[in-house]
Ligand binder design. Structure first.
Ligand code: DC
Length: 209
């Protein structure tokens, strides 16, 4: 079974994806980490984020072990990842890794922005997880403070709105719900309620391969 989960930053999609993967015993790929790790290479090398050639070579050189670093989760890299992710050649360079992960024999859970539309158009279950921008900004500010970063609510909200616009407005694989995705608004749900709602959706629409 392939479960595709898309949605904007801090919508809860990552937590839901992790918990669904645990529940169904499936491997999970947070595809945002691919773009974050690509951006990190460019930042570390002092390269411009919009240098397509260097960004593609950074994307091609990634190893899945690059992904567990705490720094990848920070605000600076999230913003940089959104810039890098708008380069079509970078998306193309990362496509096969994601498809290979999705089509492994065990099945998989992937979360990102274009999983249901581009990476796994034939997924058994597609969820589009969203929440009000103000709620997402509150969650992200709490998360960043928990990681020891300074996070002013107004700045975080502005950052989230800017990223939404960039991720939704780009020409290559923009953030958009697949026509057959089920919408899950987590604005008024705590984590357990959101996960329970996601499971109910998967059980209703998920078709075994
Ligand atoms: O989900 P995240 O915040 O870790 O994602 C970081 C950036 O990567 C996000 O702003 C857009 C981009 N991204 C993407 O374009 N496509 C994906 N499948 C996942 C992330």
């Amino acid at each position: 079974m392939i479960i595709a989960i898309d949605g904007p930053a801090a919508s809860g999609k990552g937590t839901i994806a992790r918990r669904l993967a645990q529940h169904y015993g499936l491997p999970h790929l947070d595809t945002g980490l691919l773009y974050r790790a690509t951006a990190r290479v460019l930042l570390d090398q002092g390269e411009r984020l919009d240098d397509a050639e260097r960004a593609v070579s950074a994307a091609r050189g990634l190893a899945l072990t690059d992904f567990e670093e705490e720094r990848l989760r920070g605000a600076e890299i999230g913003e940089a990842a959104s810039v890098v992710a708008a380069i079509p050649a970078v998306r193309a360079a990362l496509l096969e890794t994601q498809r290979a992960f999705a089509t492994q024999a065990s099945g998989a859970v992937l979360d990102g922005r274009d999983i249901g539309t581009v990476i796994c158009p034939d997924a058994n279950a597609k969820l589009f997880v969203t929440a009000r921008p103000e709620t997402r900004a509150q969650r992200r500010a709490l998360e960043l403070r928990g990681r020891g970063e300074r996070a002013d609510y107004a700045d975080v909200l502005a950052d989230i709105l800017r990223r939404d616009e960039r991720d939704s407005g780009r020409s290559s694989a923009p953030l958009v719900a697949a026509s057959d995705a089920i919408l899950l608004d987590t604005s008024d749900l705590d984590v357990d309620a959101a996960v329970a709602a996601a499971r109910a959706i998967v059980e209703k629409v998920g078709r075994r391969l």
